[in-house]
Write a protein that binds this ligand. Structure first.
Ligand SMILES: [Zn+2]
Length: 357
Protein backbone atom coordinates (compact mmCIF):
# COMPACT_ATOMS: atom_id res chain seq x y z
CA UNK A 1 0.00 0.00 0.00
CA UNK A 2 1.32 3.47 -0.81
CA UNK A 3 2.09 6.12 1.75
CA UNK A 4 -1.09 8.19 2.22
CA UNK A 5 0.93 11.42 2.08
CA UNK A 6 3.11 10.48 -0.87
CA UNK A 7 0.45 8.99 -3.14
CA UNK A 8 -3.10 9.77 -2.01
CA UNK A 9 -4.47 9.22 -5.51
CA UNK A 10 -3.32 5.60 -5.70
CA UNK A 11 -4.45 4.95 -2.15
CA UNK A 12 -7.91 6.23 -3.07
CA UNK A 13 -8.14 3.94 -6.12
CA UNK A 14 -7.04 0.93 -4.10
CA UNK A 15 -9.51 1.54 -1.32
CA UNK A 16 -12.30 2.00 -3.84
CA UNK A 17 -11.71 -0.89 -6.22
CA UNK A 18 -9.19 -3.36 -4.83
CA UNK A 19 -10.67 -4.13 -1.42
CA UNK A 20 -12.43 -7.43 -0.95
CA UNK A 21 -15.64 -7.11 1.04
CA UNK A 22 -15.37 -8.12 4.69
CA UNK A 23 -18.93 -9.36 4.61
CA UNK A 24 -18.87 -12.54 2.58
CA UNK A 25 -21.09 -12.00 -0.46
CA UNK A 26 -23.09 -14.66 -2.29
CA UNK A 27 -20.32 -15.25 -4.79
CA UNK A 28 -17.83 -15.82 -1.95
CA UNK A 29 -19.61 -18.75 -0.44
CA UNK A 30 -19.02 -22.17 -1.89
CA UNK A 31 -19.54 -25.27 0.20
CA UNK A 32 -18.24 -24.88 3.74
CA UNK A 33 -15.66 -22.19 3.20
CA UNK A 34 -16.60 -18.62 3.98
CA UNK A 35 -14.73 -17.07 1.08
CA UNK A 36 -13.67 -19.14 -1.88
CA UNK A 37 -11.31 -16.40 -3.00
CA UNK A 38 -9.29 -16.97 0.14
CA UNK A 39 -9.92 -13.72 2.02
CA UNK A 40 -8.61 -12.59 4.40
CA UNK A 41 -5.31 -13.32 2.63
CA UNK A 42 -2.38 -14.56 4.65
CA UNK A 43 -0.07 -11.86 5.94
CA UNK A 44 3.56 -12.55 5.00
CA UNK A 45 6.85 -10.75 5.55
CA UNK A 46 8.02 -11.39 2.00
CA UNK A 47 6.61 -12.79 -1.25
CA UNK A 48 6.99 -16.58 -1.33
CA UNK A 49 6.11 -19.53 -3.53
CA UNK A 50 4.49 -22.20 -1.42
CA UNK A 51 5.68 -25.76 -1.52
CA UNK A 52 3.29 -27.79 0.62
CA UNK A 53 4.94 -30.70 2.34
CA UNK A 54 2.94 -33.88 1.92
CA UNK A 55 5.12 -35.59 4.50
CA UNK A 56 6.30 -38.32 2.21
CA UNK A 57 9.14 -38.62 -0.27
CA UNK A 58 7.40 -40.58 -2.96
CA UNK A 59 9.09 -41.05 -6.28
CA UNK A 60 6.10 -40.50 -8.50
CA UNK A 61 6.72 -37.49 -10.66
CA UNK A 62 5.00 -35.13 -8.27
CA UNK A 63 8.17 -33.58 -6.96
CA UNK A 64 8.97 -31.68 -10.11
CA UNK A 65 9.18 -27.89 -9.93
CA UNK A 66 6.17 -25.66 -10.39
CA UNK A 67 6.47 -25.55 -14.15
CA UNK A 68 5.50 -29.21 -14.49
CA UNK A 69 1.89 -30.15 -14.88
CA UNK A 70 1.88 -31.71 -11.43
CA UNK A 71 2.24 -28.34 -9.76
CA UNK A 72 -0.64 -26.13 -8.68
CA UNK A 73 -4.03 -27.67 -9.16
CA UNK A 74 -2.75 -30.11 -11.78
CA UNK A 75 -3.42 -33.83 -11.58
CA UNK A 76 -1.95 -35.63 -8.63
CA UNK A 77 -2.11 -39.22 -7.55
CA UNK A 78 -5.09 -39.97 -5.34
CA UNK A 79 -3.23 -40.99 -2.16
CA UNK A 80 -1.10 -37.89 -2.45
CA UNK A 81 -4.18 -35.72 -2.87
CA UNK A 82 -5.72 -37.27 0.21
CA UNK A 83 -2.56 -36.65 2.24
CA UNK A 84 -2.39 -33.05 1.05
CA UNK A 85 -6.01 -32.47 1.96
CA UNK A 86 -5.49 -33.83 5.45
CA UNK A 87 -2.44 -31.61 5.92
CA UNK A 88 -4.46 -28.66 4.64
CA UNK A 89 -7.19 -29.38 7.18
CA UNK A 90 -4.67 -29.52 10.03
CA UNK A 91 -3.07 -26.25 8.92
CA UNK A 92 -6.49 -24.61 8.71
CA UNK A 93 -7.33 -25.70 12.23
CA UNK A 94 -4.04 -24.34 13.58
CA UNK A 95 -4.45 -20.99 11.81
CA UNK A 96 -8.14 -20.63 12.56
CA UNK A 97 -7.78 -18.31 15.62
CA UNK A 98 -5.59 -15.94 13.62
CA UNK A 99 -7.98 -15.96 10.65
CA UNK A 100 -10.98 -15.34 12.84
CA UNK A 101 -9.14 -12.44 14.41
CA UNK A 102 -8.20 -11.00 10.99
CA UNK A 103 -11.79 -11.39 9.79
CA UNK A 104 -13.22 -9.52 12.75
CA UNK A 105 -10.56 -7.06 13.79
CA UNK A 106 -10.89 -3.56 12.37
CA UNK A 107 -7.45 -2.65 13.64
CA UNK A 108 -4.98 -5.57 13.42
CA UNK A 109 -1.32 -5.14 14.44
CA UNK A 110 0.96 -3.45 11.94
CA UNK A 111 3.48 -6.26 11.56
CA UNK A 112 3.34 -10.01 11.19
CA UNK A 113 5.60 -10.55 14.20
CA UNK A 114 3.25 -8.54 16.42
CA UNK A 115 0.34 -10.58 15.15
CA UNK A 116 2.15 -13.87 15.78
CA UNK A 117 3.21 -12.78 19.23
CA UNK A 118 -0.42 -12.19 20.07
CA UNK A 119 -1.18 -15.81 19.16
CA UNK A 120 2.03 -17.29 20.56
CA UNK A 121 2.99 -18.81 17.23
CA UNK A 122 6.55 -18.82 15.92
CA UNK A 123 7.23 -17.46 12.43
CA UNK A 124 8.47 -20.88 11.32
CA UNK A 125 5.28 -22.55 12.50
CA UNK A 126 3.14 -19.89 10.79
CA UNK A 127 5.05 -20.16 7.52
CA UNK A 128 4.74 -23.96 7.35
CA UNK A 129 1.02 -23.77 8.07
CA UNK A 130 0.43 -21.13 5.41
CA UNK A 131 2.33 -23.23 2.87
CA UNK A 132 0.26 -26.24 3.83
CA UNK A 133 -2.97 -24.35 3.22
CA UNK A 134 -2.23 -24.69 -0.48
CA UNK A 135 -2.22 -28.03 -2.26
CA UNK A 136 0.20 -26.89 -4.92
CA UNK A 137 2.73 -24.17 -5.69
CA UNK A 138 1.06 -20.82 -5.12
CA UNK A 139 2.47 -17.33 -4.78
CA UNK A 140 1.76 -15.70 -1.42
CA UNK A 141 2.39 -11.97 -1.71
CA UNK A 142 4.18 -9.87 0.84
CA UNK A 143 1.38 -8.38 2.92
CA UNK A 144 0.88 -6.69 6.26
CA UNK A 145 -1.90 -7.99 8.52
CA UNK A 146 -3.78 -4.75 7.95
CA UNK A 147 -3.79 -5.38 4.18
CA UNK A 148 -5.25 -8.86 4.18
CA UNK A 149 -8.40 -7.64 2.40
CA UNK A 150 -6.54 -5.95 -0.45
CA UNK A 151 -6.40 -7.82 -3.75
CA UNK A 152 -3.08 -7.85 -5.58
CA UNK A 153 -2.51 -5.22 -8.24
CA UNK A 154 0.07 -3.66 -10.50
CA UNK A 155 0.68 -0.04 -9.50
CA UNK A 156 1.03 1.34 -13.03
CA UNK A 157 -1.85 -0.62 -14.53
CA UNK A 158 -4.17 0.23 -11.64
CA UNK A 159 -3.47 3.93 -11.98
CA UNK A 160 -4.44 4.04 -15.67
CA UNK A 161 -7.13 1.38 -15.48
CA UNK A 162 -8.79 2.91 -12.43
CA UNK A 163 -11.00 -0.14 -11.91
CA UNK A 164 -10.76 -3.49 -10.20
CA UNK A 165 -8.16 -5.95 -11.41
CA UNK A 166 -7.45 -9.51 -10.43
CA UNK A 167 -3.95 -10.42 -11.51
CA UNK A 168 -2.16 -13.60 -10.67
CA UNK A 169 1.24 -14.79 -11.72
CA UNK A 170 0.99 -18.00 -13.76
CA UNK A 171 3.17 -20.67 -12.21
CA UNK A 172 1.46 -23.58 -13.80
CA UNK A 173 0.44 -23.65 -17.45
CA UNK A 174 -1.83 -26.67 -16.86
CA UNK A 175 -3.78 -24.66 -14.29
CA UNK A 176 -3.94 -21.68 -16.57
CA UNK A 177 -5.39 -23.68 -19.48
CA UNK A 178 -7.87 -25.46 -17.20
CA UNK A 179 -8.98 -22.09 -15.82
CA UNK A 180 -9.55 -20.58 -19.26
CA UNK A 181 -11.39 -23.63 -20.55
CA UNK A 182 -13.62 -23.60 -17.49
CA UNK A 183 -14.59 -20.01 -18.27
CA UNK A 184 -15.19 -20.73 -21.94
CA UNK A 185 -17.45 -23.68 -21.25
CA UNK A 186 -19.18 -22.24 -18.18
CA UNK A 187 -22.39 -21.09 -19.90
CA UNK A 188 -22.71 -24.45 -21.65
CA UNK A 189 -22.40 -26.21 -18.33
CA UNK A 190 -25.25 -24.16 -16.91
CA UNK A 191 -27.24 -24.84 -20.06
CA UNK A 192 -26.93 -28.59 -19.50
CA UNK A 193 -28.42 -28.19 -16.05
CA UNK A 194 -31.30 -26.06 -17.34
CA UNK A 195 -32.07 -28.45 -20.18
CA UNK A 196 -31.94 -31.47 -17.89
CA UNK A 197 -34.47 -29.79 -15.66
CA UNK A 198 -36.75 -29.05 -18.65
CA UNK A 199 -36.38 -32.67 -19.83
CA UNK A 200 -37.53 -33.89 -16.45
CA UNK A 201 -40.51 -31.55 -16.34
CA UNK A 202 -41.60 -32.33 -19.90
CA UNK A 203 -41.40 -36.08 -19.25
CA UNK A 204 -43.72 -35.73 -16.27
CA UNK A 205 -46.28 -33.76 -18.30
CA UNK A 206 -46.88 -36.59 -20.76
CA UNK A 207 -46.93 -34.51 -23.97
CA UNK A 208 -46.23 -35.74 -27.49
CA UNK A 209 -42.74 -35.62 -29.01
CA UNK A 210 -43.46 -32.55 -31.08
CA UNK A 211 -44.50 -30.43 -28.09
CA UNK A 212 -41.67 -31.90 -26.08
CA UNK A 213 -39.17 -30.75 -28.70
CA UNK A 214 -40.84 -27.35 -28.83
CA UNK A 215 -40.54 -26.81 -25.09
CA UNK A 216 -36.90 -27.86 -25.09
CA UNK A 217 -36.18 -25.51 -27.98
CA UNK A 218 -37.90 -22.65 -26.19
CA UNK A 219 -35.96 -23.33 -23.01
CA UNK A 220 -32.77 -23.40 -25.05
CA UNK A 221 -33.35 -20.11 -26.82
CA UNK A 222 -34.48 -18.40 -23.61
CA UNK A 223 -31.61 -19.55 -21.44
CA UNK A 224 -28.76 -19.46 -23.89
CA UNK A 225 -26.09 -17.05 -22.72
CA UNK A 226 -24.80 -14.64 -25.32
CA UNK A 227 -21.50 -12.89 -25.39
CA UNK A 228 -21.61 -9.09 -25.59
CA UNK A 229 -20.27 -9.34 -29.15
CA UNK A 230 -22.96 -11.75 -30.28
CA UNK A 231 -25.80 -9.77 -28.74
CA UNK A 232 -24.62 -6.59 -30.46
CA UNK A 233 -24.36 -8.45 -33.78
CA UNK A 234 -27.88 -9.87 -33.32
CA UNK A 235 -29.36 -6.51 -32.34
CA UNK A 236 -27.84 -4.77 -35.35
CA UNK A 237 -28.72 -7.69 -37.64
CA UNK A 238 -25.08 -8.16 -38.56
CA UNK A 239 -24.24 -11.51 -40.10
CA UNK A 240 -22.68 -13.82 -37.51
CA UNK A 241 -20.40 -15.35 -40.07
CA UNK A 242 -19.15 -14.52 -43.50
CA UNK A 243 -17.37 -16.79 -45.93
CA UNK A 244 -15.67 -15.86 -49.13
CA UNK A 245 -16.38 -19.40 -50.31
CA UNK A 246 -19.45 -21.50 -49.81
CA UNK A 247 -19.09 -25.02 -48.48
CA UNK A 248 -21.13 -27.95 -49.78
CA UNK A 249 -21.52 -31.25 -48.04
CA UNK A 250 -21.73 -34.16 -50.46
CA UNK A 251 -23.19 -37.39 -49.12
CA UNK A 252 -21.58 -40.44 -50.64
CA UNK A 253 -23.60 -43.02 -48.81
CA UNK A 254 -26.78 -44.52 -50.24
CA UNK A 255 -28.44 -44.60 -46.84
CA UNK A 256 -27.67 -41.00 -45.96
CA UNK A 257 -30.23 -38.92 -44.12
CA UNK A 258 -33.10 -37.85 -46.36
CA UNK A 259 -35.74 -35.17 -45.98
CA UNK A 260 -39.32 -36.01 -46.83
CA UNK A 261 -41.26 -33.83 -49.26
CA UNK A 262 -43.43 -31.13 -47.68
CA UNK A 263 -46.80 -32.28 -46.31
CA UNK A 264 -48.72 -30.28 -48.94
CA UNK A 265 -47.01 -32.25 -51.74
CA UNK A 266 -47.36 -35.58 -49.99
CA UNK A 267 -51.13 -35.09 -49.69
CA UNK A 268 -51.45 -34.68 -53.44
CA UNK A 269 -49.63 -37.92 -54.15
CA UNK A 270 -50.97 -41.40 -54.65
CA UNK A 271 -50.89 -43.30 -51.35
CA UNK A 272 -48.72 -46.12 -52.72
CA UNK A 273 -46.01 -43.93 -54.19
CA UNK A 274 -42.44 -44.38 -53.03
CA UNK A 275 -41.26 -40.96 -54.19
CA UNK A 276 -41.72 -39.29 -50.83
CA UNK A 277 -38.18 -37.96 -50.39
CA UNK A 278 -36.63 -34.72 -51.47
CA UNK A 279 -34.04 -35.44 -54.08
CA UNK A 280 -30.50 -35.12 -52.75
CA UNK A 281 -27.39 -33.87 -54.44
CA UNK A 282 -26.29 -37.23 -55.95
CA UNK A 283 -29.79 -37.68 -57.40
CA UNK A 284 -29.74 -34.20 -58.91
CA UNK A 285 -26.30 -35.03 -60.27
CA UNK A 286 -27.68 -38.16 -61.92
CA UNK A 287 -30.21 -35.99 -63.69
CA UNK A 288 -27.65 -33.42 -64.88
CA UNK A 289 -28.11 -31.92 -68.33
CA UNK A 290 -26.44 -33.73 -71.21
CA UNK A 291 -23.68 -31.15 -71.66
CA UNK A 292 -22.40 -32.02 -68.18
CA UNK A 293 -22.31 -35.74 -68.97
CA UNK A 294 -18.56 -36.15 -68.32
CA UNK A 295 -18.49 -34.08 -65.16
CA UNK A 296 -17.80 -35.75 -61.78
CA UNK A 297 -20.09 -35.40 -58.76
CA UNK A 298 -17.39 -33.44 -56.93
CA UNK A 299 -17.04 -30.97 -59.77
CA UNK A 300 -20.82 -30.70 -60.13
CA UNK A 301 -21.23 -29.88 -56.43
CA UNK A 302 -18.38 -27.41 -56.49
CA UNK A 303 -19.21 -25.52 -59.69
CA UNK A 304 -23.01 -25.47 -59.67
CA UNK A 305 -25.53 -24.51 -57.07
CA UNK A 306 -29.04 -25.80 -56.71
CA UNK A 307 -31.80 -23.22 -57.05
CA UNK A 308 -34.81 -23.04 -54.79
CA UNK A 309 -38.11 -21.17 -54.90
CA UNK A 310 -38.06 -18.01 -56.96
CA UNK A 311 -34.40 -18.44 -57.83
CA UNK A 312 -35.54 -20.99 -60.41
CA UNK A 313 -37.08 -18.14 -62.46
CA UNK A 314 -33.62 -16.69 -63.10
CA UNK A 315 -32.86 -16.50 -66.86
CA UNK A 316 -29.55 -18.31 -66.24
CA UNK A 317 -31.20 -21.23 -64.47
CA UNK A 318 -30.35 -24.58 -66.08
CA UNK A 319 -33.11 -27.20 -65.85
CA UNK A 320 -32.20 -30.71 -64.70
CA UNK A 321 -33.63 -33.76 -66.43
CA UNK A 322 -36.79 -35.53 -65.17
CA UNK A 323 -38.05 -32.34 -63.47
CA UNK A 324 -35.42 -32.56 -60.76
CA UNK A 325 -35.27 -28.79 -60.43
CA UNK A 326 -32.78 -26.17 -61.54
CA UNK A 327 -29.11 -25.42 -61.12
CA UNK A 328 -26.92 -22.45 -61.88
CA UNK A 329 -23.19 -22.01 -62.41
CA UNK A 330 -21.65 -20.37 -59.33
CA UNK A 331 -20.92 -16.72 -60.01
CA UNK A 332 -17.56 -15.00 -60.04
CA UNK A 333 -15.75 -18.23 -60.83
CA UNK A 334 -15.83 -18.99 -57.11
CA UNK A 335 -16.16 -22.71 -56.81
CA UNK A 336 -17.44 -24.12 -53.55
CA UNK A 337 -15.40 -26.19 -51.14
CA UNK A 338 -16.80 -29.70 -50.94
CA UNK A 339 -16.88 -31.82 -47.82
CA UNK A 340 -17.64 -35.50 -47.63
CA UNK A 341 -17.63 -38.18 -44.92
CA UNK A 342 -14.82 -40.63 -44.33
CA UNK A 343 -15.37 -44.30 -43.65
CA UNK A 344 -13.08 -47.03 -42.47
CA UNK A 345 -12.23 -49.61 -45.11
CA UNK A 346 -12.39 -52.36 -42.46
CA UNK A 347 -15.52 -51.34 -40.59
CA UNK A 348 -17.63 -49.94 -43.43
CA UNK A 349 -16.30 -51.41 -46.69
CA UNK A 350 -19.54 -50.65 -48.59
CA UNK A 351 -19.57 -47.00 -47.58
CA UNK A 352 -15.83 -46.73 -48.04
CA UNK A 353 -15.96 -47.83 -51.67
CA UNK A 354 -19.15 -45.95 -52.39
CA UNK A 355 -17.32 -42.80 -51.31
CA UNK A 356 -14.39 -43.58 -53.62
CA UNK A 357 -16.86 -44.02 -56.48
ZN1 LIG B 1 -14.89 -13.31 -0.22
Amino acid sequence: MPDPNADPELLKIISEVQMHSRNPSKSCRKGNCKCRFGYPKAPMDKTIITCPDDGEDDNDNDKKPATSKSGGKGKKSKPKQRRLRQIQKDAMAKLKPIWTFLSESKNPPMTLSELLEKFKMTYQEFRVNVENLTTGNVIVMKRRPIHCWVNGFNVHLLRVWNANMDIQFVLDEYCCIAYMLLYMSKPEHEMTQTLNQVFGEVRKKDVNEKDEMKQIMQAYSKHRELSAQESVAQTCSLPLKKCSRSVVFVQTDENALKMSLPMSKLKEMAPDTEQVWMSDLPEKYADRPEELETMSLAQFASEYRILYGRQTEDPNAIPLLNERGFIQKRTGGKTAIIRFPRFSEQKDPEKFHSRLL
